[in-house]
Design a protein around this ligand. Structure first.
Ligand SMILES: CC(C)(COP(=O)(O)OP(=O)(O)OC[C@H]1O[C@@H](n2cnc3c(N)ncnc32)[C@H](O)[C@@H]1OP(=O)(O)O)[C@@H](O)C(=O)NCCC(=O)NCCS
Length: 190
């Protein structure tokens, strides 16, 4: 247990977390080029070439050892269908990680992101041995806020006009959960 950690697929009840592969390009492009999906992301809708480049980078990110290392696995249905991506990075603060998520719109509201995020929290507090996981988001992003709350993440901060993004000063919300809190939720967290 602990770092360094090398990627291996993680299987949930309905979804699997698996490395991105070349065959995901079309679905990944559909997702990352969609203005509605990107509305509250740090990047603008991506071109096919930009997505190809991101796929190459993210598929090669397989080891978590120190601050800044990240994984961006695909979320798949059991039959391999691409649903979205999870993001997880080791933060600069000791024993802390940051989590994020993006789903293809046609798979929204089916509980897939929640299940995938629960797998990542299990991983973070289990195999990785971390103490705290946080998520940062635009507080206007109702779906992402709801997902944090559904996972039992606590709203710990609201930074007003925290960054200049997409032609406006944007607030940032900070949600977090501790290892002991995640464990205490037990089966409620699945
Ligand atoms: C955020 C996102 C990943 C949620 O994915 P999803 O698969 O639809 O989420 P789930 O179906 O697992 O739902 C999780 C919870 O959020 C709630 N929820 C989802 N979308 C919601 C919405 N638009 N408004 C209110 N609640 C919402 C669900 O009801 C569920 O709550 P429950 O567990 O208490 O029943 C998805 O909306 C998305 O990809 N958005 C665009 C990308 C993005 O903004 N990513 C986050 C950047 S910080």
């Amino acid at each position: 247990m602990g770092l360094p950690w090398d990627f291996h697929p993680v299987q949930g009840e309905r979804v699997t977390l698996d490395l991105l592969r070349d065959a995901d390009l079309e679905a990944l492009h559909e997702m990352q080029s969609d203005p509605a999906v990107c509305r509250y992301l740090l990047y603008e809708p991506r071109s096919l070439e930009q997505v190809r480049e991101a796929l190459r980078r993210d598929a090669a990110a397989t080891r978590l050892a120190s601050a800044g290392d990240f994984i961006q696995p695909a979320i798949r249905e059991r039959d391999g269908t691409f649903l979205g991506t999870m993001y997880f990075t080791i933060a600069s603060v000791e024993d802390t990680g940051e989590i994020g998520w993006i789903m293809l719109p046609r798979h929204h509201r089916k509980g897939y992101a929640r299940e995938a995020a629960a797998l990542v929290l299990d991983l973070a507090f289990g195999e990785l041995g971390l103490h705290r996981v946080f998520a940062e988001l635009d507080p206007r992003n109702a779906a992402s806020v709801a997902l944090c709350r559904s996972l039992g993440m606590r709203h710990e901060g609201h930074f007003v006009e925290h960054m200049w993004l997409k032609d406006e000063w944007t607030d940032t919300g900070h949600f977090a959960i501790l290892e002991r809190e995640w464990r205490a939720r037990g089966s409620e967290s699945r």
